[in-house]
Design a protein. Structure first.
Length: 777
């Protein structure tokens, strides 16, 4: 509620006077800085030298030298007036008392010092003294180290102001908030908006009543299982099921219970060595690993897909680089995560086999003993190509026998077979991985093959310019591997790869794209057969749990599914299409994605009851995801605080607001879990640095998914929080430039919003995102 003020309060009067003084001081400072243009004078004197009398030359030269010195000094001197922001010079005002003396300071986005100002403007991001504003409240005493010395004092005055177009628009301080609108000042009379209702004070469902656990690891989750969820948990073991539902509907909970249920039903078959829970996100993997013991599941660790597949690929392709490119173009990622390459390779391999077989028939069908060669070749039609070639050559060498067929005694035939195999499949007998590598390289670096793969298997998916970008990247990576990997010769005890690393030339090191691991392993299976471990034992998992499955590509899922027994395939997939945020997966719904897996998947009825977020939070989330949502039916279990949006003119004011709000919350609810979210990690780093200066207790920057899962404030980017939840979520970049109307912005913002269990605040500078509902804009 706003109320017109009859007489301006002292705080507003003081700030109006101060702004006028600052503006007048800046004008006087600008007049002082109006230095003459020495360069015009220098040029004029230089031109006059040709016409001057000889006796005048020394004096003119001296004059030019003096002007040059003055010009250099003018250039070296910082022009103070250029750093003054007339539109909005500062956003905060504080008064400090130290050793009986008081001084005023203004906080802005730049330093501005002048003898014409009664108080200086300091850059809130850089000036050490600004930390007093963020760490202390009005009338609090402080002890801080500033400029290498300890300073004691009291913060006498602490105000936030909003100045637009050089006009004071609002003043906010402990005594009240006033704003200027339509030529009149008003007082804002509203109960203080604060974060509340979280850990220790939130209205929770009755089944959550009990002592709050600081580690937040699944407090009695079995009590939360409803009838529909139990029906999913107890599904027959030998099937692939999909658990679908919106954010916070219990997908992960149900999937974990199903895993525990199967291990209880048949502990000898489903044991810690034959179970694989796998996710894309390390934080979610750690979270699941901490939850499983509470379900009676010991010795099972959730794996991160990229780490798991990298270890596997290095085992089967040890000569390839272990480093991964950090700047892979998005189009390359999309291409390699699509089924296109695998489809082309399968067709290419089939073509080569047909050509090889035709040549084999032509060479040996008319020879004595030639029919035996063809019989041996045809006896292994259903085996992988490397096995077929190996058996044929072993037979010619007498190392393998066939019923009713004697060993091949003719050395000339043996030599002809060896040459034929080497011509069509070079190095395949020396190196079982060779054929997979050849297909992989051909598909990626042969321009014509790349074009045909896209034309045949994904027409219209990539433009000519995108195809060129993909091909160029693949060729550069291939050349780097050939030059360096092919030259791993010790020189003075050091490999060339090691030398480059020591010379800080890491950009020249051979790398793979992370997506290559999956492709290589699938091509190995295509050419050589199933993946095997020690003692030739099949690498298989009796139960596979894939969480956040919407972010997995078809090839990645095909690889995982291939490592389960086909005759007894037990797989749990859990996901929400509304939360797709990884590049390269173009499937927008389950109806188009599941058939591409080439296995029968039983899609369970969607979970439609939300247990995590309040009704108010989910209404905003559903508006944000909009027409992209696959979750048409949704029911929240409780109401809570309204979602709030706060707009700020300056980032410094936003930080001050955060500091005040978080400090107040943590004093009232020390057990609360809070996350401050940004879209990108670099912005999260900046926010964390600024909050750290304010000494927010329990503050942690999460830069590599290293969540503590304990009470406190964590600052990170949205993508790292997939699958996690927090009492309070503060999205601090909910502006139009950060979240536009594109699909990825919708999905990311939806994920960020739905991390909140109890309360959500949307903060921003500039205009709010158009994705937000009208009530929040």
């Amino acid at each position: 509620m706003r109320t017109p003020v009859a007489a301006l309060p002292d705080a507003v009067c003081e700030e109006l006077d101060l702004l006028q003084q600052v503006q007048q001081g800046a004008l006087r400072d600008q007049a002082d800085e109006a230095d003459p243009n020495y360069y015009d004078d220098i040029l004029e004197l230089r031109d006059s030298l040709s016409e001057a009398h000889p006796e005048d030359l020394p004096a003119l030269t001296t004059q030019i030298e003096q002007l040059v010195l003055l010009a250099q000094r003018q250039q070296e001197r910082t022009p103070r007036n250029r750093s003054f922001h007339w539109h909005s010079p500062y956003f905060a005002h504080m008064r400090l008392q130290e050793q009986g003396k008081t001084r005023d300071l203004l906080l802005g986005n730049q330093n501005f010092f002048s003898g014409h100002l009664s108080c200086s403007i300091v850059d809130w991001k850089k000036a050490p003294v600004s930390q007093i504003f963020y760490r202390y409240q009005e009338e609090e005493e402080y002890i801080e180290e500033l400029g290498g010395r300890e300073v004691e004092g009291r913060l006498l005055l602490r105000r936030l102001v909003r100045i637009e177009d050089g006009v004071l628009r609002s003043v906010s301080c402990p005594q009240g908030t006033w704003f200027f609108e339509d030529g009149q000042w008003f007082q804002w009379e509203q109960t203080r908006i604060e974060l509340s209702g979280g850990s220790g004070s939130a209205p929770r469902p009755i089944h959550e009543i009990g002592p709050y656990r600081l580690d937040k690891h699944l407090p009695q989750i079995t009590a939360l299982i409803d009838e529909r969820q139990f029906g999913i948990i107890s599904q027959p073991e030998a099937r692939v099921i999909l658990i679908q539902g919106g954010a916070g509907s219990g997908k992960t909970t149900v999937a974990l219970h199903r895993l525990a249920y199967l291990m209880t039903q048949k502990p000898n078959y489903f044991n810690s060595n034959s179970i694989l829970p796998i996710v894309f996100n390390r934080a979610l993997a750690q979270y699941i690993s901490k939850l499983l013991p509470s379900l009676g599941v010991d010795g099972v660790e959730a794996r991160v897909f990229q780490e798991w597949v990298a270890q596997l690929r290095q085992r089967f392709f040890p000569d390839l680089p272990s480093r991964y490119a950090e700047n892979t173009p998005v189009r390359v990622i999309e291409f390699k995560r699509s089924p296109v390459i695998l489809a082309w390779c399968a067709k290419e391999l089939e073509h080569r086999l047909e050509q090889f077989q035709a040549t084999l028939m032509e060479l040996f069908s008319s020879l004595i003993k030639g029919d035996d060669v063809i019989t041996v070749w045809n006896s292994s039609t259903n085996s992988p190509v490397t096995d077929r070639l190996s058996r044929l050559l072993k037979w010619t060498q007498g190392q393998e026998t066939f019923t009713h067929l004697p060993p091949m005694p003719d050395s000339s035939i043996r030599q002809r077979i060896n040459r034929l195999v080497e011509d069509w499949f070079p190095d395949v007998l020396k190196n079982p991985q060779a054929l997979a590598l050849q297909l992989w390289n051909d598909a990626l670096i042969q321009r014509r093959a790349l074009q045909k793969a896209i034309t045949d298997f994904a027409p219209g998916s990539f433009s000519e310019s995108q195809l060129e970008e993909i091909w160029s990247w693949n060729v550069r990576c291939y050349q780097r591997r050939q030059v360096i990997v092919g030259e791993r010769v010790e020189e003075d005890g050091e490999t060339q790869e090691g030398w480059l690393e020591n010379q800080s030339l890491s950009d020249e090191l051979p790398t793979l794209d992370e997506e290559d691991d999956t492709l290589l392993l699938l091509l190995y299976q295509l050419t050589t057969g199933p993946l095997r471990g020690r003692k030739n034992k099949l690498l298989q998992y009796h139960h596979l749990l894939v969480d956040e499955v919407q972010d997995f590509s078809i090839p990645e899922l095909q690889l995982l599914l291939s490592m389960t027994p086909p005759e007894r395939r037990s797989v749990t997939l859990a996901g929400d299409m509304d939360q797709r945020i990884l590049a390269g997966n173009r499937y927008q719904d389950w109806n188009t994605m599941l058939p591409a897996l080439s296995v029968e998947v039983t899609a369970m009825e969607p979970l439609t009851i939300g247990y995590r977020s309040t009704y108010e939070i989910m209404e905003v989330a559903r508006h944000v995801i909009g027409h992209l949502s696959v979750n048409t039916v949704w029911e929240a279990t409780r109401h809570g605080a309204p979602v709030e949006r706060f707009g700020f003119q300056h980032p410094g004011v936003l930080i001050a607001f955060l500091v005040d709000s978080l400090g107040s919350l943590l004093r009232r609810e020390p057990s609360a879990s809070v996350v401050v979210l940004t879209r990108e990690l670099p912005e999260a780093r900046k926010i964390a640095e600024q909050l750290e200066r304010a000494e927010i207790p329990g503050l942690r920057l999460v830069a590599d998914q290293d969540f503590s899962f304990r009470a406190g404030v964590e600052v990170t980017d949205i993508s790292q929080t997939k699958g996690l939840e927090f009492d309070y979520v503060l999205l601090v970049d909910a502006d139009a430039s950060t979240y536009g109307p594109d699909d990825l912005s919708r999905h990311l913002l939806y994920v960020g919003i739905t991390r909140a269990a109890h309360q959500l605040w949307l903060l921003h500078c500039g205009n709010p995102s158009s994705l937000l509902p009208d009530t929040l804009r």
